[in-house]
Write a protein that binds this ligand. Structure first.
Ligand code: PLP
Length: 412
């Protein structure tokens, strides 16, 4: 029997990889520098291209597929929700949104949640909340936010301004007023940057796009102290580091400190777009009725997938798994550093690792891809490793062997 889905699939024109690339080259805005791969399918640790080649994935959609590709429970939850209710808007209550908010508050420092569609939007909400709180408590004039150099917080105007990287700002001036940048990891610099106009500190517990930078011991706790002393809102951007990636459900647990506000996105929906801003009761109360909103934020399908993602993460102890595998991946990368002169430094935690090279990292990314392994590069010379948290020891060994072969083949 032919179902309507079969008929649709059969009638869909098949495009070759060249045709897909040509369509994108012709019709898409030119802002992405893409690899030539045309990805058509994903399952667990693997992706397949349109030519039938299989790739071991150490990118995970940039820390999105923490449960692997097409994870069974979120897939089933999203399918069920698709057949029940796609959208209702925030004019009404929906069940998946209520349950996800409950789960997130029960499993974190936070008391309240605002849902967005992306990491940038979650950070926008956090920045608005910090300014609103400051206005409510102190009146106008205390609106400045301290962020770190090499940070990444998104591409909207406020979040690109918060991002401490000139290349992200270039050409978009004038930027949003009220942001001050300090070197990541330098507590003294933060203390010196605080003025009577400061309202918040926004920081990634582990910098991702900035090259996988792990803060020195005591840095985040020091920020907590500075924020408390000056009455500032401490915001942790856990869009990349959260949800098990750092070897704990939240990266802040690894540093024994809690923020006032935390932002999430990426792996929250296992690939369906959803972000969240979490806050303590005392801070969240300033986001009063009518002060913020989003049409799609907390969409029922994304929330159903996200709740299944969160429950699976905890039930299958994937944060603990990331913590255990931290040694395997970290030591494996360090062993390669001893073999290859082009490797300058290896840094990381849990299953987020960076490898600084003395040369451009792009040829290594290409050489790995040609050998069936996906890794990516940030900041030009840093390789980044973000496998799904379901990765096995054998898959880590296999990636390391491929990386070794790639370095050797390139004479590095
Ligand atoms: C730490 C961090 N914050 C925010 C963002 C922005 O998230 P999105 O691309 O979903 O807007 C990113 C994206 O890479 C990120 O790594």
């Amino acid at each position: 029997m032919t179902t309507s889905t079969d008929t649709l699939a059969a009638s869909e024109p098949t495009l070759s990889s060249d045709e897909v690339r040509a369509l994108n080259a012709k019709h898409h805005t030119g802002n992405y520098g893409r690899s030539p791969l045309v990805i058509v399918r994903g399952e667990g640790m693997y992706l397949w291209d349109a030519d039938g080649n299989r790739y071991l994935d150490f990118v995970a959609g940039i820390s999105v597929a923490n449960l692997g590709h097409c994870p069974p429970r979120p897939t089933a939850a999203a399918k069920r929700q698709l057949e029940t209710l796609w959208h209702a808007s925030n004019l009404y209550h929906t069940v998946p949104q209520a349950r996800l908010a409950e789960w997130l508050t029960q499993h974190s420092f936070a008391d309240r949640v605002f849902f967005s569609n992306s990491g940038a939007e979650a950070n926008e909400a956090a920045l608005k909340l910090a300014r609103k709180r400051s206005n409510d408590v102190h009146g106008p004039g205390r609106f400045e936010v301290i962020t770190a150099t090499n940070s990444f917080h998104g591409r909207t105007f406020a979040t690109l301004t918060a991002t401490g990287q000139e290349k992200v700002h270039a050409g978009f001036e004038p930027l949003v007023p009220g942001f001050t940048y300090v070197p990541f990891g330098d507590l003294e610099a933060v203390a010196l940057a605080i003025t009577p106009r400061t309202c918040a500190i926004l920081i990634e517990p582990i910098q991702g796009e900035g090259g996988v930078n792990v803060p020195p011991t005591g840095y985040l706790r020091g920020l907590r102290q500075l924020a408390d002393d000056a009455g500032l809102t401490l915001i942790f951007d856990e869009v990349q580091s959260g949800l098990g990636r750092a070897g704990a459900l939240w990266a802040y647990e690894r540093f024994d400190v809690t923020p006032d506000v935390m932002t999430l996105a990426k792996s929250l929906g296992s690939g369906l777009p959803i972000g969240a801003m979490l806050a303590t009761e005392g801070v969240a109360q300033h986001l009063t009725k009518g002060s913020h909103g989003s049409t799609f934020g907390g969409n029922p399908v994304a929330c159903a997938a996200a709740l299944a993602t969160c429950e699976t993460l905890v039930e299958e102890k994937l944060p603990e798994r990331a913590r255990t595998l931290e040694t395997t991946l970290g030591e494996g990368l360090r062993a390669l550093a001893a073999e290859h002169d082009a490797i300058r430094e290896v840094r990381g935690m849990g299953l987020i690792w960076g490898m600084d090279l003395t040369v451009d990292a792009a040829p290594v990314v290409d050489a790995c891809r040609e050998r069936g392994v996906l890794v990516n590069a940030v900041q030009g010379r840093t390789l980044r490793f973000l496998p799904p948290l379901i990765v096995s020891e054998a898959e880590i060994t296999s990636m390391l062997a491929t990386l070794d072969a790639a370095f050797t083949a390139l004479g590095l």
